[in-house]
Write a protein that binds this ligand. Structure first.
Ligand SMILES: *Cc1c(COP(=O)(O)O)cnc(C)c1O
Length: 232
């Protein structure tokens, strides 16, 4: 994905949306059933405004402070912001104010703090459980054996709406190497269903592998580089 061949934000978006639609079509889904979360970490306001003008409504950020600065600078726009990075418990207060959906809940401690903080704000915050399927110690995310218990506890929290699962496979430019992890996440969702926990969302797939993710049931793909080029 060399920058030399990248088009404008609008052109790249059209291409990615088309690829999403094609991939959705192959598994008999409507393109609207797969939400594009445009990942804007390190990306400046000008390019974000370009994306908004091109019709993007959902953005993903990895750092609370960076997101806060951008959201405030953009002012009131018809956008929703998702938090996709690792969330420290002491940032929960800001996270519930800024984000519609937090993709990265990985402990009951964090879930309880988000519930408490969103209660104080008089809100209900949407959450996904991030699962570390490869067991990589360098990555955040709940162990897959903890997910049923964590999900059961989270569904009992009043100011938190558990919506689904998220994963990030080990880095590879070969999309097929991600497939087993996407299958594993979908399997985990099915397992939760057998425990009467029915969750609509699977957040999986990034620039290198979003088509494979859609193939395996993704309802949200988190894409940055395919639209903005390599991050500096
Ligand atoms: C950066 C990031 C993405 C986007 O990755 P690209 O390769 O730029 O598409 C998606 N999800 C998470 C959690 C990220 O940190």
């Amino acid at each position: 994905m060399g920058n030399g061949t990248m088009g404008t934000v609008r052109e790249n978006l059209l291409k990615v949306k088309d690829r999403i639609a094609q991939a959705a079509g192959r598994v008999g889904k409507n393109p609207e059933d797969v939400k594009l979360v445009l990942v804007t970490k390190t990306i400046g306001l000008e390019q974000i405004r370009e994306a908004i003008a091109a019709g993007v409504t959902t953005f993903g950020e990895n750092y609370v402070q960076e997101a806060r600065t951008k959201i405030e600078a953009l002012g009131s726009t018809n956008t929703e912001w998702h938090f996709i990075g690792h969330l420290q418990t002491n940032k929960a207060k800001y996270a519930v104010r800024l984000f519609n959906l937090i993709h990265s809940v990985d402990s009951i401690k964090l879930a309880r703090e988000l519930d408490r903080r969103s209660g104080l704000e008089g809100r209900v915050v949407g959450c996904l459980i991030e699962v570390n399927l490869a067991g990589e110690s360098s990555k955040f995310g709940a162990d897959k054996n903890e997910v049923v218990d964590l999900a059961a506890e989270m569904t009992s929290l009043q100011h938190l709406s558990l919506r689904g699962l998220m994963t990030m496979p080990p880095y590879s430019e070969d999309p097929e190497s991600s497939r087993p992890y996407f299958i594993a996440l979908r399997t985990l969702k099915d397992q939760l269903e057998r425990h009467q926990i029915s969750l609509p969302e699977l957040s999986m797939g990034m620039s290198a592998d979003f088509e494979v993710a859609i193939d395996e049931g993704a309802t949200m793909v988190r894409v940055g580089r395919a639209i903005f080029g390599e991050r500096g």
